[in-house]
Design a protein around this ligand. Structure first.
Ligand code: ADP
Length: 451
């Protein structure tokens, strides 16, 4: 059926008496309010996904693939409405929303294909069997309101798992729209459920439940650590996609036009509110000033979205002001926020000992650090507890990439993330991988049957 914003965001969540407002960062007006789930209602949803597991996992892989293919088709058919919803609740630029909807749909397509791939092994001594892990949970962030859901839910469903998902309360409408399209595709009640409300309460209950066999989380490292602790009591399997502090290294022989274009894209996509966004620009001293000029020319023409909230913008402001107080030079932008608006900003003269060097900025701020040898660049790049994404431009990009402790490295490329490649971090950026066959394998137990 052809949808509009209203029909695609209809819901039948049970009333609990408590509501939360969904606010548009485009104008800070309330879009709607939604009921918060009560603890008792949440227990009911956990039971529903657990009860639905035996029949969903007993379906043939081909049946599950067919249902996922339908969902994929419906997401693409409703792309324009999804873009409208996502733009309104996240302020993400419409062209970026469109790219995200396609990216989100591509995960569903990938896992429809992965669902029917034979897995396991016949050994002389017995058989290795892949068994669906059970009912699982997903907790997702607001910066990719659609893709973080499909990247978790579609491999889980493909593997025969049922899913309870708690999307970010800042962007619940895209999640509701995806749920409605899933229902239309034949993904029934209990197979995929959404819960919204008090994140702490929901997180605690999901982690404590013996009926939930796995948690996949994308969000901040701080919350990831809390959830891992809470999962310890049930020894729950976890996949964690956490924060990043991506270095972007410009070697002295890099094509500076290409590198400047990539640097600006990588930093300013969704105003820098992306975990793989380049956070530290390490530039060979021989080309530093020329590269900076090329970047500045591009930044002047930029159109960027307001940040998700006033608090987010204030955090960015305090990081920038802190860096200036520590001796960095503010050469573009006022260094101040206006509500939730923060202008594209460039700081030069940033050094390893500054707070901003160690922190995920999550905003439209480029920090420039000079280096005098490739070895120093590698050392500075690796000087972080994070390890999600890194980028290197120049002739030796491939060799440098091998020495970087990051889960994904773009060597003269920004294309580090697509449904057919493994996505995930080292160190405190996470555990496990999403995308490709690695993503679906997170939703199986591997069993050995000796003969
Ligand atoms: P961000 O900074 O991107 O908002 P968060 O880690 O705070 O990242 O949020 C990511 C997701 O985790 C959101 O869905 C949010 O509601 C949820 N969340 C935040 N705190 C908790 C918590 N204590 N327990 C469970 N989920 C949480």
């Amino acid at each position: 059926m052809a949808h509009n914003l209203e029909t695609l965001t209809r819901h039948s969540f049970p009333e609990s008496g408590e509501f939360f407002a969904v606010v548009s960062p485009l104008n800070n007006n309330s879009i709607t309010s939604l009921p918060e789930i009560s603890a008792e209602q949440l227990e009911g949803k956990i039971k529903a996904v657990s009860d639905a597991f035996p029949s969903w996992s007993a379906r043939t892989a081909q049946e599950r693939a067919d249902v996922l293919q339908k969902w994929h088709g419906l997401i693409l058919e409703n792309k324009d409405v999804l873009v409208e919803i996502m733009h309104k609740e996240s302020a993400k630029l419409k062209r970026e929303c469109e790219a995200e909807v396609k990216y989100a749909a591509a995960f569903v397509d990938e896992y429809a294909t992965q669902a029917v791939k034979p897995r396991g092994d016949e050994l002389e001594t017995g058989e290795v069997v892949y068994q669906s892990i059970g009912a699982v949970a997903a907790i997702t962030p607001w910066n990719f309101p659609a893709a973080m859901i499909t990247r978790k839910v579609s491999p889980a469903l493909a593997a025969g798992c049922t899913v309870i998902c708690k999307p970010a309360e800042k962007t619940p409408l895209t999640a509701i729209a995806l749920l409605n399209l899933a229902r239309e595709a034949g993904i029934g009640e209990g197979v995929f459920e959404l819960v919204l409300g008090d994140a702490k309460m929901i997180g605690k209950k999901i982690c404590a439940s013996n009926d939930i066999k796995k948690l996949s989380f994308t969000g901040s490292t701080a919350v990831g650590k809390i959830l891992m602790r809470q999962c310890a009591d049930t020894v729950k399997k976890v996949t964690m996609e956490l924060g990043g502090n991506a270095p972007f290294i410009v070697l002295k022989d890099a094509d500076l036009d290409e590198a400047a274009e990539a640097a600006v894209q990588s930093r300013f996509k969704f105003s820098g509110q992306v975990c793989v966004s380049s956070n530290r620009f390490l530039v060979a001293q021989e080309v530093h000033d020329e590269f900076l000029q090329k970047v500045l020319a591009k930044v002047e023409e930029l159109e960027i979205a307001p940040l998700i909230s006033k608090d987010a913008a204030q955090n960015v402001e305090s990081l920038v002001q802190g860096a200036v107080a520590e001796g960095a030079n503010l050469i573009c932008g006022s260094g101040k926020c206006d509500g939730n608006v923060f202008e594209p900003t460039i700081l030069t003269g940033v050094t390893e000992n500054m707070e901003i060097f160690a922190t995920e900025i999550f905003g439209p701020v480029m920090t420039f650090v000079k280096f005098d040898s490739v070895e120093r660049a590698i050392e500075m790049a690796n000087n972080t507890h994070y390890g999600l994404a890194a980028f290197v431009y120049g002739g030796a990009a491939n060799e440098v990439a091998k020495k970087l402790n990051f889960g994904m490295v773009g060597a003269n490329s920004l294309a580090i993330s697509n449904p057919k490649t493994p996505f995930g971090g080292m160190n405190q950026s996470g555990i496990g991988r999403e995308g490709s066959h690695f993503g679906i394998e997170e939703y199986y137990e591997v069993k050995f049957i000796a003969k």
